[in-house]
Design a protein around this ligand. Structure first.
Ligand SMILES: C[S@@+](CC[C@H](N)C(=O)[O-])C[C@H]1O[C@@H](n2cnc3c(N)ncnc32)[C@H](O)[C@@H]1O
Length: 246
């Protein structure tokens, strides 16, 4: 397995492995995650998830796993729009999933959406047990990107499909300038005004910057067992959608 730059970007200077730090960080910010996410994405996060689900519509998946499910927004949206038999949300952070469980109960989706604590790089699920896997804003946080994507490929059926949403640095110079202004000026101000854990919002742009660029990501997905990879960009190239089929 190769090493990638973003695997070495950590939220805290000391305090153990990336997995441990990521779990602690999301446990810590769980209560304010949804609000901060909406604010910092300028309300775009819902649109991005909706576009990702549209990409899945043609596959009619019955069993879906939402890896790095967090507070469950992607799992809930998949359940409401695609009407699968079941959606399993898997995440390192128990606190994030506790927020998700409440939202699932409020929407009457407890019979479809369930949660389980787990690490994408060591999934407990059986081979070929899901028709589709979704990951929104999670891959950047994996301690091992190839390990996590290989595990996802393992649990997918032979014609299974993976949809990844990830924040990315724009390659277009004009968009890039706008993105830099936003992350260097606006994001720190918002974090100082509203966030509980400032380090979490320093980690965000640092991990986005270190995330593999399009061609590298395409190669990684192919190495991990996906035959075809389609990449689409949204909102001035700040969010990428990867649709990968086995
Ligand atoms: C930025 S949040 C995204 C949450 C959600 N998918 C969304 O769309 O809002 C990232 C989540 O990934 C989880 N995560 C990071 N690395 C993980 C891993 N290796 N296995 C499972 N979950 C992981 C974190 O605990 C956190 O809840």
């Amino acid at each position: 397995m190769s090493d990638f730059k973003c695997e070495k970007v950590l939220p805290y200077a000391d305090g153990g492995s990336k997995t441990k730090q990521i779990t602690e960080m999301f446990d810590h910010i769980a209560g304010q995650y949804d609000r901060m996410n909406r604010l910092m994405s300028l309300g775009q996060d819902r649109t991005w998830r909706r576009r990702a689900i549209e990409a899945l519509c043609a596959y009619y998946p019955k069993r879906v796993m939402d890896v790095a499910t967090g507070t469950g927004d992607f799992a809930i949206a998949v359940a409401e729009r695609l009407k699968p038999e079941r959606v399993l949300g898997v995440d390192l952070s128990a606190e994030m999933m506790n927020v998700g469980r409440k939202k699932v109960a409020e929407r009457g989706l407890s019979g479809v959406v369930s949660f389980e604590q787990g690490d994408s790089t060591l999934l407990r699920q059986e081979d070929a047990s899901f028709d589709a896997v979704t990951v929104a804003f999670g891959v950047r946080n994996f301690s091992g990107i190839e390990k996590g994507l290989s595990e996802i490929s393992r649990v997918l059926t032979s014609n299974g499909v993976l949809v990844i949403l990830e924040m990315t640095e724009p390659s277009n110079p004009m968009y890039r300038l706008g993105y830099k202004i936003y992350t260097k000026l606006c994001l720190p101000v918002m974090a100082r005004l509203f966030a509980k854990d400032l380090k979490a919002y320093d980690y965000l742009p640092a991990s986005i910057q270190a995330f593999p660029k399009d061609d590298e990501m395409r190669q990684i997905l192919k190495k991990c067992g996906f035959q075809s990879v389609e990449i689409n960009k949204f909102t001035m190239q700040t969010c990428s959608l990867y649709l990968a089929c086995k």
